[in-house]
Design a protein around this ligand. Structure first.
Ligand code: DP6
Length: 314
């Protein structure tokens, strides 16, 4: 039976998405912006089967999000039952955006396998329905996910201002509260949620203009602020969402110290305890050495900016 395969990279948001609009389509409440990480990869192979089957890193899985995604796709297109085999070369479900690369690779593979004829923008829209951050992994470089269409697009190629991302893994366990659930708690209960909504467009505009002007320091300031605002929402949600551990905080302090010494680096953290230090290429070795001192050599991954999702040999 013929198979089709695609790969995609996770992306890391500099301006965060945390909270959805109260309407169908899995629409973020605020514009958001990311870069894609080259060394972390999801490879997904789809083939025709008697019934749908999902295999994640070699294990049979039932995933309600994937089931819902396939059901929505089949309302629009004739997609036969599929065996889906997906492999990540990084910890799954630990705040390294495996759902982003997962849905981006999945729609890319299904588009080819079932001959859906979607262009990249429409694949981004479908990926968004699976997981909104996945919409951004269809593109390389600096990527925006904005109204009114909420399909991602590239703001600038990576060559415009190349960055490296040094990932410090502080805990490899799967998170207990998913992003989808967590952001719903924040929307419903955080007293700061309305301020988050009000500030979102300005934060996005400030980051876009910093990228446009290749102003790393301005991008550093607005990106750290967006991250800390999101974690303030998380901490003030009921139930509280506390993703950091002592090593995460030690890494944040170390990145601040480096920056105070003139090193071009800032941190960002998603719905998990891993810290991502985003830096100019010349700062990479110093940043990696500093984080290795805290979490150990094996727990640090240095990434460049990755390619867009695309087909690979099955
Ligand atoms: C903290 O895209 O995983 O990584 O749309 O519900 O699947 P769903 O959420 P998801 O949330 C990502 C949240 C984040 C920030 C970001 O990537 O913008």
């Amino acid at each position: 039976m013929s198979a089709t395969a695609a790969q995609a990279h996770p992306n890391i948001a500099l301006i965060k998405y945390w909270g959805k609009q109260d309407k169908p389509g899995n629409l973020p409440a605020t514009p958001n912006l990311s870069i894609t990480l080259a060394e972390l990869t999801t490879r997904t192979r789809v083939s025709s089967a008697g019934r749908d089957e999902l295999w994640l890193n070699g294990n049979r899985k039932e995933d309600p999000k994937v089931n819902g995604f396939l059901a929505a796709l089949r309302k629009k297109f004739a997609v036969e039952p599929l065996k889906i085999e997906s492999e990540n070369n990084f910890p799954t479900g630990a705040g390294l955006a495996s759902s982003a690369s997962g849905f981006a690779a999945l729609i890319t593979a299904i588009n080819e396998h079932a001959q859906l004829g979607l262009n990249r923008e429409l694949m981004s829209e479908w990926a968004r329905r699976g997981s909104a951050s996945a919409a951004r992994s269809l593109f390389s470089g600096y990527v925006a996910l904005v109204p009114p269409m909420w399909r991602a697009h590239q703001l600038a190629p990576a060559s415009h201002m190349p960055l490296n991302v040094v990932v410090a893994i502080t805990n490899r366990q799967t998170k207990s509260v998913s992003s989808t659930q967590g952001m719903e708690y924040s929307r419903l209960t955080s007293p700061y949620y309305s301020a988050w909504l009000r500030g979102g467009p300005d934060d996005f505009a400030a980051a876009s203009s910093a990228i446009n002007q290749r102003d790393f320091e301005a991008l550093a300031q607005i990106s750290e602020l967006s991250c800390l605002k999101m974690h303030s929402l998380m901490l003030t949600s009921n139930p509280t969402l506390s993703y950091w551990n002592p090593a995460t905080v030690a890494c944040m302090d170390a990145v601040r110290d480096l920056r105070n010494q003139g090193c071009a680096v800032f941190f960002t953290i998603d719905a998990g305890p891993q810290l991502k230090a985003v830096c100019l290429p010349e700062a990479t070795s110093q940043v990696a050495a500093t984080l290795k001192n805290i979490v150990g050599d094996e727990q640090v991954i240095v990434c460049g900016m990755g390619d867009a999702a695309g087909l690979i040999e099955p």
